[in-house]
Ligand binder design. Structure first.
Ligand code: FES
Length: 143
C-alpha cells in the first residue's frame, strides 16, 4: 500500500468509527424510552397533586399537568423523599423528552442525566428542581 492510499484508508476508517460511536451512544441514551410512565394531572393554581401510590408501580413518573407547557419528572428516592425536575431545556426552554435514563432536547441536542445534570450542551445549567411536599396521600409539586 503506498503512503497516499494508506493515509486515505486510515482517514476513512476513523470517520466510520466516529459515526459508529456516535450512533451507539445515541442508541444507549434513547434506550428504554417505553418504560417511562406519563401521568396526566390537574393544575390547582401553581400546584400539581400526584397520588403517592402512583410510585408503587415505578419510582419514576412523568407528570403532565393540564394546560401547562412542560412535563415534570418525579422520582421517589430510596430514602422515601421525592425529586421533581421541570422538563424544560435550560438552553432555550424547549420541552424535553424522557429517554429512560435521562432527558433529551430535540432542538439543539442537549442531554441531561436522570438527576438533571447536563451531559451534553449547548445547555450549560442543571434542570430546574421544583419544590415538593407530602400532604396525606398526595405529593404536591409547586410549579
Ligand atoms: S433549546 Fe434545548 S438545546 Fe437548545
Amino acid at each position: 500500500m503506498n503512503p497516499l492510499n494508506r493515509r486515505n484508508f486510515l482517514k476513512d476508517t476513523c470517520k466510520a468509527c466516529l459515526v459508529g460511536a456516535v450512533s451507539i451512544s445515541m442508541i444507549d441514551f434513547l434506550e428504554s424510552c417505553s418504560t417511562v410512565k406519563t401521568y396526566k394531572a390537574a393544575m390547582n393554581g401553581n400546584q400539581v397533586e400526584v397520588p403517592l401510590n402512583l410510585f408503587d408501580t415505578a419510582p419514576l413518573q412523568v407528570v403532565s399537568p393540564k394546560n401547562y407547557a412542560y412535563e415534570i419528572a418525579v422520582r421517589k428516592l430510596p430514602d422515601n423523599t421525592y425529586d421533581a425536575l421541570l422538563l424544560r431545556c435550560t438552553h432555550q426552554h424547549n420541552p424535553l423528552t424522557p429517554t429512560g435514563n435521562g432527558y433529551l432536547c430535540s432542538v439543539h441536542g442537549s442531554q441531561f442525566d436522570k438527576d438533571g445534570n447536563v451531559k451534553k450542551g449547548p445547555a450549560s445549567t442543571h434542570l430546574l428542581q421544583l419544590k415538593t411536599e407530602v400532604n396525606q396521600s398526595n405529593l404536591i409539586i409547586h410549579v
